[in-house]
Design a protein around this ligand. Structure first.
Ligand code: ADP
Length: 181
């Protein structure tokens, strides 16, 4: 499924984020930046040790990465050129600022991609794995945040959501259909 937002094509596909030949892929990291499970583990495994080396340097400089923030490293052996590491919120019922932090994770990642001069960026479904954010709500918040940012005008040509399974893809498709232009 696709939608044009200003200059940018918003695309929803089923797939593996580590296989995307885009300028930047986004990692659903944790504040330690030291790797983990899910997307994070897959990116470090496929990208090799150069990514963790750069994460360690970032941690020396800034300490933990706060939820809603985003930082950049090499993509190592991945087909992408950069990895943008962001931290989504852990779901605690929805009244602890989770939507704002999730929106910030997407928007800060888009800003890093724009600063890098990227033309294409791929996102996973942040926070809907180990962090427990309900899928339908996360899909709506993610798409609203990305669309609102792109509507302000962006040099990005493509923003791709790479969803790992049919139910996750279906949730994002439903959420996008409900967000009529
Ligand atoms: P979080 O800790 O932010 O919840 P997870 O990595 O645990 O992040 O899960 C986020 C989503 O990413 C889940 O829908 C999970 O199925 C999906 N996922 C796991 N591996 C990959 C991958 N290689 N490519 C794309 N999505 C993936």
């Amino acid at each position: 499924m696709e939608r044009q937002i200003g200059n940018t094509r918003l695309v929803l596909v089923r797939g593996d984020i580590t296989r995307q030949a885009v300028d930047a892929v986004v990692n659903a990291a944790n504040p330690s930046l030291m790797g983990g499970g899910g997307v994070d583990g897959a990116i470090h495994r496929a990208g090799g040790p150069a990514i963790l080396d750069e994460c360690k340097k970032i941690v020396k400089k800034i300490g933990r990465l706060e939820p809603g923030g985003a930082v950049v490293t090499t993509a190592g052996n991945l087909p992408a050129r950069h990895v943008i590491h962001t931290v989504g919120p852990v779901w605690k019922g929805g009244a602890r600022g989770e939507p704002e932090v999730l929106s910030s994770a997407y928007v800060e990642s888009l800003k890093r991609a724009e600063e890098l001069g990227c033309r294409s960026v791929a996102f996973p479904s942040i926070s809907t794995g180990a962090y427990g954010y309900p899928l339908e709500e996360a899909a709506r918040v993610a798409l609203e945040a990305v669309i609102a940012h792109l509507e302000e005008g962006s040099p990005l040509e493509e923003v791709r959501f790479v969803l790992f399974s049919d139910p996750v893809l279906a949730a994002y498709e439903t959420a996008l259909e409900r967000l009529k232009p």
